[in-house]
Every structure is written in C-alpha cells, then in structure tokens.
Design a protein around this ligand. Structure first.
Ligand SMILES: CC(C)(COP(=O)(O)OP(=O)(O)OC[C@H]1O[C@@H](n2cnc3c(N)ncnc32)[C@H](O)[C@@H]1OP(=O)(O)O)[C@@H](O)C(=O)NCCC(=O)NCCS
Length: 258
C-alpha cells in the first residue's frame, strides 16, 4: 500500500509523523495526530522541541487545550509569527455514550448503502475522498491502524462509490491524561448525500468500535466553530461540548484542514 496522499507538503508531514511514531508513542507530552507533529502537554514535551518542529514543518498541533493553555500557547507561537486555528472539543464517557445514544440501535442504512471497515486496498480511495471533502488526509498506516489502535470506515452506494467516511483511533500515548480516550474524526459525506443521517451513522459506528474493540473509556471529537453540521452530528452522537479545544499553529495563513 502506498501510504501517502495529498500535496507534496502534506505527504512530507505524513512521512515524518510515521517515521517519528515510535518516539511519539514513548515520549511524555507528544501525541500522534496522524498528519503533523503534536502535543497534548506542551510544557512536558518542551517548547524547544515544539519550536524546532514548528519551524521545520511550518505547522504543529496542540490537542485538548483549555483557556489558560491557549493564552500560553498563543504567546509562545506568536513570537514565531504563527497563527492558530481552533476546533471545539466534544467528549463523553463510555457509560454515557452507551446509555444515551443507543449505539448499535441507529436506524439501518438506506437500501443500496453498505458500511465497511477500510482495508489496505481501499485506503487510497478513502484518502482521495477525504481530500475531495476538504479534509487533509492522514497517512495510510494511521488510517489502517498500523501505527496505533485505529480503523477507518466507509459507506458505499450501489455503484460502490464512497459516500461517507470516518476514522477512530487511540492516538494518545500511555503518558497522556487522554490515553483512554479515542478520537473520532475525519467524518465526511459526499456533498450530494449530506443531511441524510450518514455522518451520524458512521460516527456512531466508529464510537461503538472504539468502546467495544479498542477499550476506550471516553471518546472525543472536534468541530470548527462555523461547522454547524459537524457540531450537530457530534452532539447527536452523544459527545458533549467541553472547555477544551484543539489548535493547529501554522506559519502560513492558509487553514490546514476543515
Ligand atoms: C459534517 C458532516 C460529516 C455531517 O454529516 P451529515 O450526514 O450531513 O449529517 P447528518 O445528516 O448525519 O446530521 C447530523 C446532525 O447534523 C444536523 N445537520 C446536518 N447538516 C446540517 C446543516 N447544514 N446545518 C445544521 N445542522 C445540520 C442534522 O440535523 C443532524 O442533527 P440531529 O441529529 O439533531 O437531527 C457533513 O456535513 C460533511 O461531510 N461536511 C463536510 C466535511 C466536514 O466538515 N467534516 C467535519 C470535519 S471535522
């Protein structure tokens, strides 16, 4: 499987993230995001490390940041001329998710649609689909669950085309306060199929996989403040708004992903 997809810069970052995965998984404060280097505890990782990668890559991810953390990060990255793009964090624990959202009891898919777990063979098609929906792809190894416990799912239509997709994984290392929390993300539907419940169905299935197969005790998701559909989909699946957000610091003015 050719693991990399996207622009030259995106592929370079995916390769770097894959190459450094063993380091990310053993280093306190480092966290896997799948497409850029990241942290869920900047002070523990060290600002010298963060500055080095931000300057080298032009981008760096900060996961699960509260208001105090944001003020500190802003100060530090502004010094380098970077800007921050944020996504509101949503989360809930396994007990609430199981009882509140009736996982596994979602409406069945409409006739002609089928949900499957993406395989090595379908990963390049999935990456292309995500890119078409404006979502920066992750490396194939991450999407296929080769770098950590993770998987991707797709919904196909009668002609076998992908009409919806998503990903769930345990991306935080054992040192992280989020080590028991799965991330459900990269949820996207074909433009002509939105608003028909597919986003909610695929997200529910991914949450179910995280709880049943990965042993997650919590699940989190993220939505940009102006992405009303994404926020409604996450809350519809039982994830509640939190005081945390994730940020990507970029040295360019172009937002990194949706
Ligand atoms: C976000 C996205 C995946 C949602 O999938 P979807 O299949 O359109 O959403 P659903 O039909 O499952 O609807 C889920 C909820 O969102 C609401 N919703 C959907 N589209 C909406 C819209 N445009 N405005 C407001 N609410 C909307 C639905 O009413 C539903 O709420 P409910 O559960 O309270 O009834 C889809 O819009 C999409 O692909 N967007 C582009 C990619 C993207 O932004 N992904 C998120 C990356 S973080």
């Amino acid at each position: 499987m050719s693991s990399y997809f996207g622009t030259e810069a995106q592929q370079r970052l995916q390769k770097k993230s894959d190459r450094l995965t063993p380091w990310i998984m053993r280093t306190p404060g480092a966290c896997l995001t799948g497409r850029v280097l990241g942290t869920d505890d900047p002070d523990r990782l060290g600002w010298d490390v963060i500055h080095k990668h931000l300057v080298e890559d032009g981008v760096f991810s900060f996961r699960w940041v509260d208001q105090t953390g944001l003020e500190r990060i802003s100060q530090k990255v502004m010094d380098l001329g970077a800007s921050l793009h944020g996504w509101q964090g949503y989360c809930n624990n396994a007990d609430n998710l199981c009882s509140q959202i009736n996982i596994g009891r979602e409406r069945p898919l409409a006739p002609g649609l089928s949900l499957e777990i993406a395989t090595d063979k379908s990963i390049p098609e999935l990456q292309a689909f995500l890119a078409d929906q404006g979502i920066a792809p992750l490396s194939g190894a991450v999407l296929a669950g080769q770098n950590c416990q993770a998987c991707s799912a797709v919904i196909r239509n009668r002609t076998d085309a992908i009409v919806a997709a998503g990903f769930v994984g345990m991306l935080q290392n054992e040192h992280s306060p989020l080590h028991d929390c799965a991330w459900a993300g990269l949820i996207a539907c074909d433009e002509n199929e939105r608003g028909k419940g597919l986003g909610r169905q695929i997200t529910s299935e991914l949450i179910r996989i995280a709880l049943d197969q990965f042993g997650a005790r919590r699940v989190m998701g993220f939505a940009a403040a102006d992405n009303i559909a994404s926020a409604a989909m996450l809350t519809g699946c039982g994830l509640e708004p939190t005081k945390y957000a994730s940020y990507v610091a970029t040295l360019s003015t172009t937002p990194f992903t949706r």
